[in-house]
Design a protein around this ligand. Structure first.
Ligand SMILES: C[S@@+](CC[C@H](N)C(=O)[O-])C[C@H]1O[C@@H](n2cnc3c(N)ncnc32)[C@H](O)[C@@H]1O
Length: 319
């Protein structure tokens, strides 16, 4: 399973972990870049990335951790396939998010354990995933057509329980053919093959799906877009593909208010050791304004307990 994971990366930024589309082998060469939405160079070799990380550690002026401790953290990251994946891609792909969300109960690597048990962003992501599941499940009615954009491996829809529901359909849309292949495999394994379809498309070009869906779920795309206007454009596209009266479920990252030992450790691991250099936070106020500009009404925001990664539920007016 990890071998499959190691084959591709769709990079993420979630409160310091970034998301973007791209494919990278865990060899020393890069295969291809998919999306123009992400801002770091993924063409560097592992050796070069490691050398840069060691230099960042040596240059670090803070006192929270000794350089020896930071080098050890990097060693531990690189000793694990998922840690190495996070390091190379400067983030998490859809599969690796699920690895952390699942808590990896048998994992003993100290860095992976810390991510699963203590990293504020992983805890917020796990909680957000649970909130999405609850909100999606309660809206899953007979004849519902739900879409996930970008779908990644589409666990948001494929983890739903369709027992007793009639004529459900799930559509997964993503720019990356390999994600769509993994999502198809996931649907087959889940026994949902016959109720799913998958389409390769850019989330900013969704005219082919106008007025098609009862509900659209969208996690992990807006948060790595720097320009506010481009996020508003994304919301406009998602609005367009909903049926009148349809529902959008999405998320955004709020500026961090949290100061704790784990938040500090996370900042050092993500910023200094992994080298993530940018983050796209938005306030609730700005998000509400963007959604209103796109045409959405009845916006409800559900916060996770750390107030890091809120869930948004918004409606397209019925008429
Ligand atoms: C980390 S995944 C998020 C997947 C899933 N929604 C989740 O929460 O796990 C980010 C996805 O965005 C996709 N992506 C990046 N740019 C895109 C674009 N312009 N249009 C559609 N999908 C895009 C990537 O291929 C990747 O599958």
């Amino acid at each position: 399973m990890l071998t499959m994971k190691m084959k591709k990366f769709l990079i993420c930024l979630v409160g310091g972990i970034c998301l973007a589309g791209g494919i990278m082998m865990l060899s020393n060469s890069t295969t291809k870049k998919l999306s123009n939405n992400y801002s770091h160079d993924i063409t560097a070799s592992l050796e070069k990335l490691e050398q840069e990380a060691r230099e960042r550690i040596e240059d670090y002026k803070g006192t929270e951790f000794s350089k020896k401790e930071m080098h050890l953290m990097l060693d531990q990251l690189l000793a694990h396939p998922v840690g190495k994946a996070v390091f190379i891609s400067k983030g998490l792909n859809g599969e690796n998010i699920q690895y952390f969300i699942g808590g990896a109960p048998t994992e003993t690597n100290p860095m992976i354990r810390w991510f699963c048990d203590r990293s504020p962003v992983v805890l917020a992501t796990r909680e957000r995933f649970g909130i999405f599941q609850k909100e999606l499940q309660k809206r899953l009615k007979d004849n519902a057509h739900f879409a996930s954009i970008p779908c990644g491996i589409m666990n948001d829809l494929l983890k739903l329980d369709i027992t007793g529901k009639q004529n459900i359909h799930f559509t997964g849309i993503d720019l990356d053919p390999e994600s769509l292949m993994l999502a198809t495999k996931n649907a087959n394994e889940r026994g949902y093959k016959d109720i799913c379809s998958f389409k390769e498309a850019d989330a900013w070009k969704l005219s082919a799906f106008t007025n098609m869906f009862d509900l659209v779920t969208s996690n992990g795309l807006n948060i790595y877009v720097k320009e506010d206007a481009k996020v508003t454009e994304l919301y406009k596209e998602l609005f367009k593909i909903l049926k009148p009266g349809g529902t959008l479920i999405t998320s955004f990252l709020v500026p961090p208010a949290l100061v704790s030992q784990d938040a500090t450790k996370q900042r050092i691991i993500l910023g200094t050791i992994i080298g993530i250099g940018w983050q796209n936070f938005r306030t609730e106020e700005l998000t509400r304004k963007q959604l209103a500009e796109a045409g959405f009404v009845d916006v409800e925001i559900i916060y996770d307990s750390q107030r890091m990664f809120p869930t948004v539920i918004a409606k397209k007016p019925a008429t």
